[in-house]
Write a protein that binds this ligand. Structure first.
Ligand code: G1P
Length: 319
């Protein structure tokens, strides 16, 4: 059995990016010119997903507008014969069929997943958290689906997490089957680093069989007084062998401020129209940093003065 449906929770308040997220969804923060959620939807489509449900909340209309047609903008671009931008804008709205459902109150990730139960029905489905962008030729979700197709059991993507960040993730205890595959023995939501059962954290890509819904309901409220997906996974593990896969690819945690900055720099360096200028700028910053007595602005002024002075001398020579 394969996986055709995906659920993307996008109801979180985005407090790490306040004040920007006061009036815009965190999922719409751009990596240069493309919102984070665009990459997540693209990953789902490239993994064979045909039906996406996005769980939104109040203040998230911009996500719906982004994936919708935009008649005024399209007319404006058509009048100006800007075919390239017109195509870009139209391509976004024709990506895939997307359904939206609102989570009325932020009650946790488990609750967000439960909002999708009626739409998903009795089918396996993928969950892609909107904070992560994962770059790889074979998308992370496709890797999980491929595994699911072989074994028919719920599977989650894990990555080695630095010690000081363990308390931000669901951390697994796994029995290794090979270098990159584990059967799940336990999963603990956001443990103190000294209590973490390993350094392998769930990074926000999952494939579930529909039994997960009942397990989330049965688990009820957990850490932070929220309905945790992790608690549902723990219960599901009592009746099903769950697999944890160390996925292939580079993950950008855009939900973290430093991770967000890093992803912009990396994407800029991958972009052929920006790469050279960005590299030059980074070099400038590094040189100024190696020369702490001289700030970057001082260096630029100095080089300008040098140039002007040389030009003045050259002029005198000509006269
Ligand atoms: C959620 C999950 C956590 C998982 C993490 C991945 O936490 O509850 O188990 O490891 O996503 O990003 P959140 O980041 O929503 O606090």
């Amino acid at each position: 059995m394969t996986v055709k449906k995906a659920l993307i929770p996008a109801a979180g308040l985005g407090t790490r990016f306040l004040p920007a997220t006061k009036s815009m969804p965190k999922e719409m923060l751009p990596i240069i010119d493309t919102p984070v959620i665009h990459y997540v939807v693209e990953e789902a489509i490239a993994s064979g997903i045909e039906d996406i449900i996005i769980v939104t909340g109040r203040g998230k209309r911009a996500i719906e507008d982004y994936f919708d047609d935009s008649p005024e903008l399209e007319m404006h671009l058509a009048k100006r014969h800007n075919t390239e931008l017109l195509k870009l804008v139209r391509d976004v709205s024709s990506l895939v069929d997307i359904h939206y459902i609102r989570q009325k109150e932020p009650h946790g990730l488990g609750d967000a997943v439960l909002r999708g139960e009626n739409h998903i029905g009795d089918e396996p489905f993928a969950v892609l958290l909107g904070d992560d962008i994962i770059v790889n030729d074979k998308p992370c979700t496709a890797q999980l689906i491929e595994h699911f197709e072989k074994y028919g059991m719920s599977t989650l993507a894990v990555e080695e997490i630095p010690y000081e960040k363990l308390s931000s993730y669901g951390i697994i205890k796994g029995k290794p089957l090979n270098e990159s595959l584990f059967t799940l023995e336990d999963i603990v939501e956001k443990p103190a680093p000294e209590n973490a059962p390993s350094n392998l954290g769930a990074i926000g890509r999952y494939v579930f069989t529909p039994e997960i819904f009942d397990c989330i309901k049965e688990a009820g409220t957990g850490v932070g007084n929220e309905i945790q997906l992790t608690d549902g996974i723990r219960l599901l593990n009592n009746t099903q062998t769950i697999y944890a896969c160390k996925f292939k690819g580079k993950r950008f945690d855009t939900g973290d401020r430093l991770g967000y900055v890093k992803s912009i720099v990396d994407f800029a360096l991958e972009n052929e129209t920006l790469r050279e200028d960005v590299l030059e700028y980074l070099k400038e910053i590094l040189e100024a940093d190696e020369n702490p007595k001289q700030g970057k602005t001082d260096m630029i002024i100095e080089s300008l003065v040098d140039k002007n002075t040389t030009q003045e001398y050259e002029k005198l020579g000509e006269e």
